[in-house]
Ligand binder design. Structure first.
Ligand SMILES: Nc1ncnc2c1ncn2[C@@H]1O[C@H](COP(=O)(O)OP(=O)(O)OP(=O)(O)O)[C@@H](O)[C@H]1O
Ligand SMILES: [Mg+2]
Length: 799
């Protein structure tokens, strides 16, 4: 396989890049992080898809790429005389991955589905992505690990690189499988039971079942016999039952008839008794009836006397009442006189009261006039008083000003007029004082008049109050008098009425002794009369009683006849209670026997079912046990196979390791010899992949040699491994990429390695050296420089 070119579109740092891969050694040079390793990652991604990508597929597309744009890698390579072009692309936000394979410049894809392309590449190259990576791509880290790791770790790493670890995994899987199977057998063995015992159980249960079946047959025969017997006894019992029922019916009817007859006979006796009693009463009535007339006569007499007695009592009442009324009239007259006498002194009282009212009114009028006059005088008095004060003040003022002062009115000097003015004021004051005195005298008189009027008014008010009280007393007495006169008149009228009624009753005479005698007589006659009424009522029932007697006798005769008939029927029935009870008992006995037999049968059938189930369980168990034994046997065979396989696989692995080790030693020695210009002819590897370098026919561990020699030895071993892996896959891989392998090498060693690589070109047609060390470009035939622009996008340029 030889790489031709790769086109990257929006792949990580590359927006749009086309890189051709020349034959020979190509150096990809650039500063850290510019995208050198990305180029090799893109080759792997184009071939195997996202398994080769160092991150998720959503992180592959360039950060700066516009939203709608696609991320794509197109790799062209030659293999087996054909040119292949693999296109792989991502589209959309959660990107959809698509891939195509074109052969020999065809426009029609050979394969057009993502997953199909991966399978196609695996088949074409003869290796999966892991093998591919290990075979064509080596990193500094891997080289170092070959000498730094512990024995076990190194073994693990190298076995993994050589894909031998898969055999280890297979051996582990076989062991686990074996263990599981052994565990499985142990589990089943735990469940194994004694087969002999089980078979014995099966025989016993079968015998028990046979025994039960025999028992059931016997019981079934017994049941049939009992069922027949039951049928027979039921018939005779039913017959007896019918007789018994009829017998009971007649007996019931006889007892009903007897009790009815008893009732009728009792009624007959009662009716006879009543008939006798009524007949006796009829005789008594005949003796009493004549006294009824006398009773009526005496009753009328008493009614007349009752009337007389009432009038007589009224007469006596009136007499008493007249006397009483007369006494009352006398008293009333006396009282009227007394009231009239008390009214006499109050005769003039209304007039006096009116006069007092008039006098009081007059006094009040006078008092009002006096009030008005007094107010007038007080007003005048105050006017004069203030006038005197005003004049005195003015006089005092002018007097104090003296004759040299100016007139307050005309503003001329007063001079001689000062005295005249003072005199004038003096005169005026004296005159007004005289007037003031007169007014004060009048005021004094008015005050004494006022006192007099007030005294009079108080006296009159008192007088009026006293008259008012008398007036009230008078009207009270007058009302009383009116009442008394009314009472008198009423009593007089009533008296007259009573007197006239008394007059009408003057001839009424009443004999109380006679009345009492009559009353006693009537009372005893009344009792007789009550008895007559009662007897008449009773006797009236006699015809009905006689009639009832006749009907009752007829009914008795009919019942007696019916009773006779029923008794005859009972005798004819010939029911035998002993026989009845016996048939009944026989039937019950047979029924009990039958149900007992059926219960037994049910029980035994139940037992049979249980035993059948038991037998089935035992049989199932035996089958199960047989299966367990078969399973154990077949699993034991499986284990034997697995043990064989395990030993075969282990042998195979050892064989492989033993075969690969000399191969690796040969390849690594060849490379080392070539790269050291035959300085060291041989590299040896022990079982643990420790490297030894032979110097002057003596082998030494790596520690004896320089760091550069150690690196070189490791590199040779790594390349040897790539070759072995490639050879084992059968694919023609003619290129290899070495990423930052110069780690600890100094300038001269780097040059040595580069020179050595030139010698390797007969082994590898294309060697890609990825490095950030700029100085080595001089030694390389092709240099592809990767640089980043200001947009952080990278470009590749051949120098
Ligand atoms: N989708 C992406 N878009 C843009 N840049 C990306 C994307 N994915 C990764 N990168 C950048 O690519 C760079 C890594 O590229 P790469 O590993 O190829 O560098 P390198 O040149 O091999 O570096 P070194 O010399 O350190 O090994 C990082 O700077 C990373 O940020
Ligand atoms: Mg890198």
């Amino acid at each position: 396989m030889l790489l031709n070119n790769i086109r990257l579109k929006n792949y990580r740092k590359f927006r749009d890049e086309f890189i051709e891969f020349p034959r020979g050694i190509l150096g990809i040079i650039g500063r850290n992080g510019v995208g050198k390793s990305t180029i090799f990652e893109a080759i792997g991604w184009a071939l195997y898809g996202s398994v080769m990508s160092r991150s998720g597929k959503d992180e592959i597309k360039s950060q700066n790429a516009p939203e709608g744009e696609i991320c794509r890698a197109e790799l062209e390579f030659s293999l087996g005389g054909h040119n292949y072009k693999i296109v792989r692309e991502l589209q959309g936000k959660s990107p959809l991955s698509r891939a195509f394979v074109f052969i020999d410049g065809s426009n029609l894809p050979e394969v057009a589905r993502d997953s199909e392309v991966n399978k196609y590449v695996e088949k074409l190259l003869g290796m999966d992505y892991v093998t591919f990576m290990r075979s064509v791509y080596a990193k500094q880290k891997e080289l170092a690990s070959l000498s730094i790791l512990t024995r076990a770790e190194r073994q693990k790493v190298i076995r993994r690189m050589l894909n031998i670890d898969k055999i280890d995994l297979a051996v582990d899987a076989i062991r686990t499988d074996k263990r599981d199977k052994q565990e499985f057998i142990r589990g089943i063995e735990f469940k194994l039971e004694d087969m002999k015992k089980l078979k014995q159980q099966q025989n016993n249960t079968t015998k028990e079942i046979e025994g039960l079946k025999e028992k059931i047959d016997t019981l079934e025969i017994k049941r049939t016999r009992l069922e027949k017997k039951k049928g027979r006894t039921r018939k005779s019992r039913d017959k007896q039952e019918v007789l018994y029922k009829k017998h009971n019916e007649i007996k019931n009817s006889i007892s009903k008839l007897s009790s009815k007859l008893e009732g009728l006979t009792q009624r007959k006796n009662e009716l006879l008794k009543e008939e006798q009693k009524l007949k006796k009463e009829k005789q008594t009535l005949a003796t009493l009836e004549p006294k009824e007339e006398l009773y009526e006569k005496k009753k009328r007499q008493k009614e007349a006397m009752d009337e007389l007695r009432l009038r007589h009592n009224r007469k006596n009442d009136l007499k008493r009442s007249v006397k009483q009324k007369q006494r009352e009239i006398k008293t009333q007259n006396r009282l009227i006189k007394e009231t009239q006498n008390r009214l006499l002194p109050l005769k003039d009282i209304d007039r006096k009261y009116k006069k007092a009212q008039k006098d009081l009114k007059e006094i009040k009028r006078k008092k009002m006039i006096l009030d008005r006059d007094t107010k007038e005088i007080i007003k005048k008095e105050s006017v004069f008083k203030s006038k005197i004060e005003e004049l005195s003040e003015k006089k005092d003022e002018i007097s104090s000003l003296g004759p040299n002062s100016k007139c307050p009115v005309c503003f001329r000097r007063l001079g001689k007029t000062h005295k005249d003015i003072l005199n004038h004021f003096e005169k005026e004051i004296t005159k007004i004082k005289g007037e003031y005195q007169k007014i004060r005298n009048i005021k004094g008189k008015l005050a004494s008049q006022e006192k007099q009027i007030k005294d009079n008014e108080a006296r009159l008010e008192k007088h009026k109050d006293a008259l008012n009280k008398k007036l009230a007393r008078k009207s009270g007495l007058e009302a009383k008098l009116r009442n008394q006169k009314q009472e008198l008149s009423k009593a007089t009228t009533k008296l007259a009425k009573e007197k006239s009624e008394l007059k009408s009753l003057v001839h009424v005479k009443f004999n109380d002794v006679q009345y009492k005698k009559l009353k006693t007589e009537l009372e005893s006659l009344s009792k007789i009369r009550d008895e007559i009424i009662r007897l008449r009522k009773d006797v009236s029932r006699l015809p009905q009683v006689l009639q009832d007697g006749k009907i009752n006798s007829k009914a008795i005769a009919a019942q007696e006849k019916e009773l006779k008939t029923q008794k005859k029927a009972l005798a004819e029935l010939k029911f035998d209670e002993g026989k009845y009870e016996k048939t009944k008992r026989t039937f019950e006995q047979v029924s009990d026997d039958l149900s007992g037999c059926e219960t037994n049968l049910e029980k035994e059938e139940g037992n049979l079912k249980v035993k059948d189930r038991e037998l089935k369980t035992i049989k199932d168990k035996i089958t199960e046990q047989k299966t367990y034994r078969v399973k154990i046997k077949s699993t034991q065979t499986d284990i034997q196979y697995l043990e064989r396989l395990e030993s075969l696989m282990s042998d195979f692995r050892n064989e492989l390791i033993n075969r690969i080790r000399p191969l690796l030693t040969a390849r690594a020695s060849y490379l080392f010899r070539e790269l050291t210009d035959d300085r060291y002819p041989l590299i040896e590897l022990d079982e643990d992949y420790n490297i030894y370098i032979v110097d002057e026919n003596q082998k030494y561990g790596l520690k004896r040699y320089s760091g550069g020699e150690e690196d070189l030895a490791n590199l040779c071993l790594r390349i040897a491994m790539s070759q072995v892996i490639g050879e084992r896959s059968g694919a023609e891989i003619n290129f290899m990429a070495l990423d930052e392998i110069f780690g600890s090498q100094d300038e001269s060693r780097r040059i040595n390695i580069l020179n050595a690589f030139n010698k390797l070109t007969n082994q590898f047609a294309q060697i890609i050296l990825i490095t950030h060390i700029d100085t080595i470009r001089e030694k390389l035939p092709y240099v592809l420089r990767i640089e980043e622009n200001s947009n952080k996008e990278s470009h590749a340029q051949f120098e």
